[in-house]
Ligand binder design. Structure first.
Ligand code: GLN
Length: 404
């Protein structure tokens, strides 16, 4: 059997190609104006590291603004939440990617727009890192997210450096407000180098899945950043990743995402899938037209909208054996599913209903696939309370879902 997933991706690609060729190539970086506007590629990566790719999947392009969430992740991991939050906010700006978007206290409004990303670049690496060390940390970190060493496109880098006046102006403004740790020229140079790292759609899918899998690269198995960092980054991507189209994106596509001016789009659906798309023509917000279309199709076809209510954990109980049902005289409460808060709450109600008839109780977890920390704590507490009430309780937990 050949998996139908590549066929589905192919169908999405063709459909989105046929839907039109609107949009314009990026104007802000001269070198990007030479891109072939017809290129189009799409890739998926799953939590177990399986990758699917269709279209111009081998084509490499500069990562541009898609680097921003990853550098934000590195800064958070290196400097901690408080120091990073002291320098860059988390509020959507409602402005274009290169706007002067500062809060009253001088903090850039968020790390997904240029002014915030330049500030974030200077926060990568250990406290006291030089500008050079921060840039090295950024390139090494981006590579670890991708699971391979990324090269830099020197021509695009040089081209952007020649047209960096606006980014320099942004950097000087932040520096003047005391929120930029490096010299403006150094920070912008490093930021431009960061934006010039070369990736393909497969890299984007793996990078996205790493964020969506709590910081563990699904291909290399390396823990790149801690899980709390990913939660922070994905939240900011959801509200600010698509610039002033972020609200529209969240309602129609519903996947935390980030776009770049060379035509890449990356999306991460926590716990499920990482997606990368590429097509150079951009809409007026600076987001890839065909890339956005492909995300919208994929989200609809595969039910990937984050806000779509998951199937309710209605059947946590798959069986209840009463003491006189069979010869052993045991009461068995058989549970199933994934134990998060809502499922564990329902399970606790089953334990609460256990009558005080002196029969020993078996809590059978052999059909519980997994439990998160809250689910574990609640179930353990339920068992503990049954015992405290005088019940003899045995827990059947062959897979150790209650173990830490
Ligand atoms: N390097 C680009 C810039 O600073 C990144 C912008 C983008 O991808 N939207 O302008």
């Amino acid at each position: 059997m050949r998996s139908p997933v590549p066929d589905l991706l192919d169908a999405v690609l063709e459909e989105c190609r046929d839907a039109g060729d609107d949009g314009e190539l990026a104007g802000s970086i001269p070198e990007l104006a030479d891109a072939d506007p017809e290129r189009f590629a799409l890739a998926l990566c799953t939590v177990d590291g399986t990758r699917y790719a269709v279209g111009d999947a081998e084509h490499r392009f500069t990562i541009q603004s898609i680097s921003k969430p990853f550098v934000y992740a590195l800064a958070l991991a290196d400097r901690g939440y408080d120091e990073v939050l002291d320098h860059v906010g988390v509020e959507p700006s409602g402005d274009a990617f290169n706007e002067i978007s500062l809060e009253d206290n001088g903090r850039p409004r968020n790390p997904m727009i240029n002014i915030g990303a330049i500030t974030t670049h200077a926060l990568a690496g250990p406290r006291g890192a030089t500008a050079e060390q921060s840039t090295a940390r950024v390139l090494e970190g981006l590579s670890t997210f991708a699971g391979r060493e990324l090269e830099v496109d020197e021509a695009v880098e040089a081209s952007e450096r020649e047209t960096a006046d606006r980014n320099l102006a942004l950097a000087y403004l932040v520096r003047a407000r005391g929120k930029l740790q490096d010299e403006p020229h150094d920070a912008v140079d490093g930021y431009i180098r960061q934006c010039s790292a070369l990736v393909d759609v497969r890299d984007l899918a793996v990078m996205a899945m790493t964020l969506g899998a709590g910081g563990r690269n699904p291909v290399t198995g390396e823990q790149v950043v801690p899980a709390w960092v990913c939660r922070q980054v994905l939240s900011v991507m959801a509200t600010c990743g698509m610039y002033d189209a972020a609200g529209d994106w969240m309602t129609t596509v519903g996947i935390p995402a980030k776009s770049g001016v060379s035509g890449g789009v990356l999306g991460a659906l926590p716990g499920q899938v990482g997606i990368g798309a590429f097509s150079p023509r951009l809409d007026r917000f600076g987001n890839s037209v065909r890339g956005s279309r492909a995300f919208e199709r994929l989200s609809t076809e595969m039910g990937l909208h984050l806000m779509h209510a998951p199937e309710v954990a209605a059947h946590v109980l798959y069986g209840l054996v009463e003491p006189d049902d069979d010869a052993d005289g045991l009461r068995e409460v058989r549970l199933q599913g994934t134990m998060h808060f809502a499922a564990a709450e329902a399970a606790l109600r089953e334990l609460e209903a256990v009558p005080d008839d002196g029969a020993p109780v078996v809590v059978d977890l052999s059909r519980v696939g997994s439990a998160n920390a809250v689910g574990r704590r609640m179930l353990r507490e339920g068992v503990e309370r049954l015992r405290r009430d005088g019940h003899e309780v045995r827990v059947e937990d062959p897979d150790g879902v209650l173990d830490d």
